[in-house]
Design a protein around this ligand. Structure first.
Ligand SMILES: NC(=O)c1ccc[n+]([C@@H]2O[C@H](COP(=O)([O-])OP(=O)(O)OC[C@H]3O[C@@H](n4cnc5c(N)ncnc54)[C@H](O)[C@@H]3O)[C@@H](O)[C@H]2O)c1
Length: 451
């Protein structure tokens, strides 16, 4: 049905208007390491016309509207009102006091030639002292750290940073994006069940409250959307959902879907669609960046492992297909190997079986660049979270499940299993955008072409 043909009833159901993206959008990043610097340097390089924003749906993607015969394929950034790259301003926190130019050099992702062209800009982005505690990231020892009488005091200091940045940068809106190291594995406790319990626990320095949660609390108290790029619990807690809804601060997470897991969520839906069985999937990685070093600690690796392992179970649905997926072995290894730096190598050995149970093997060797894959995700997430904040229908719902596309462990409301299939996630995202603009959802049924 063309837009003009819509019934009066449908028109009435059109959601309230999205506010325009007026003024600057301030992006605050706890963790100014490889991913964060590759993202910020990349935005500046694109702004200066030095490179293209490849991998970013908001910058390069299009969206089909209406019937295939209508030929309507606007760019995503023209279809929904997103902040322009020229309007982005940045700051962050880190336990190391390197400015973004120095941190990007150390991360070793981008070439010096590119970094030197944007040095004047990158050098101005300096980290604020971090809320940091070695008990949660054992391999790091930074000293650019906030001091406070308890965790509540630290949260107040982060809130003051947020207010200060809004004032000094002149930003009209803010988004906070966790790009910090992976913290040790934690499970929700009574302290995380409500705002009241959480605040009391912060005053008592409860050890269940990790630094990333302190940033998340401060962000949501300030009504600022928060995304979590690491596998830590952070915003995946009842207290954060409560705050997010109460203060109209959208949340999403967790763990950017790059590299090996991206490949898994591309391949596994294909096996399931063709009813090919899986006997085992062995994944191993070598990487040599700081993230790899942090993940060398068993506590941090456990957090990552949980996030990586759940993907196949959810996609393959062993309960529905016990003969095909009831008994597969899934192993994930990450090895810290300094010579490779940020250029990770991920090997997958996949043992599948087909007709009459005959076995086959697939080998994938992905020589990827972790931060190059993560940077466009960060960009899309901050722009879409800002859109959510300006959209009456989205700002008060808490978790933005339509952004699952970007995460290894997508957050959902309690009781709802996450959708991991990349293609379903992509359809969900685009249909959400169509829905927000009162466009017809696309089901791919297509029978109408044969009437
Ligand atoms: N690159 C990818 O493809 C990818 C994919 C999924 C998830 N991630 C996650 O993204 C995060 C960032 O990855 P990276 O490669 O940039 O790592 P990195 O080690 O280069 O950067 C992390 C930064 O966080 C800082 N940090 C640690 N604790 C902090 C705290 N409490 N407050 C503020 N800063 C803190 C560290 O000092 C460091 O500078 C990691 O958790 C990683 O697991 C990355």
């Amino acid at each position: 049905m063309a837009k003009s043909q819509k019934s009066a009833q449908e028109k009435q159901q059109e959601p309230a208007k999205i506010q325009p993206a007026k003024g600057k959008l301030g992006i605050m990043i706890p963790g100014m390491g490889a991913v964060a610097t590759t993202f910020v340097a990349g935005v500046e390089a694109v702004r200066k016309g030095l490179a293209r924003p490849i991998g970013s749906l908001t910058q390069m993607g299009t969206i089909r509207l209406g019937r295939r015969t209508e030929g309507r394929f606007p760019q995503v950034k023209e279809f929904v009102p997103l902040a322009a790259l020229d309007d982005l301003v940045f700051t962050g926190w880190d336990p190391f006091d390197d400015d973004m130019y120095t941190a990007a050099k150390k991360a070793g992702v981008l070439e010096n030639e590119m970094l030197d062209k944007i040095k004047p800009f990158l050098s101005t982005v300096k980290p604020r002292p971090a809320v940091f505690d070695r008990n949660y990231v054992k391999k790091l020892d930074g000293h650019h750290v906030k001091k406070g009488k308890n965790k509540m005091d630290l949260a107040e200091q982060v809130r003051a940073d947020i207010q200060d940045f809004k004032k000094t940068s002149g930003a009209s809106r803010l988004v906070i994006m966790w790009c910090g190291s992976t913290e040790i594995f934690l499970q929700p406790t009574a302290a995380h069940q409500s705002v009241k319990a959480f605040e009391k626990a912060m005053q008592q320095n409860d050890e269940g409250i990790a630094p990333s949660m302190i940033y998340a609390y401060a962000s949501l108290m300030e009504g600022v959307p928060f995304a979590n790029g690491a596998p830590n619990l952070t915003v995946d807690l009842p207290v954060m959902l409560e705050l997010s809804r109460k203060n109209d601060a959208p949340i999403c997470g967790k763990d950017f879907k790059t590299g090996q897991t991206l490949m898994k969520t591309i391949l596994a839906p294909g096996f399931k669609a063709r009813l090919l069985g899986l006997a085992g999937w062995f994944s191993t990685n070598i990487l040599g960046n700081r993230d790899g070093e942090v993940l060398d600690d068993p506590g941090s690796f456990k957090t990552k492992e949980e996030s990586k392992l759940s993907v196949l179970e959810h996609i393959l649905q062993p309960d529905l297909y016990p003969e095909l997926y009831g008994k597969f072995t899934h192993k994930v290894r990450i090895n810290y190997y300094p010579p490779r730096g940020d250029n990770k190598e991920g090997w997958d050995n996949i043992d599948i079986f087909g007709w009459l149970g005959y076995p086959m093997q697939i080998k994938v060797d992905f020589l990827c660049r972790d931060s190059i894959l993560a940077a466009p995700i960060v960009l899309d997430l901050v722009l879409f979270l800002d859109l959510a904040k300006r959209t009456p229908e989205l700002r008060g719902i808490g978790i933005q499940e339509w952004l699952s596309f970007y995460f290894k462990s997508p957050m959902t409301v309690p009781g709802l299993y996450p959708e991991h299939d990349l293609f379903i996630q992509s359809m969900k995202l685009k249909n959400t955008l169509r829905h927000l603009k009162g466009e017809e959802l696309i089901t791919h049924l297509g029978l109408e072409y044969y009437d």
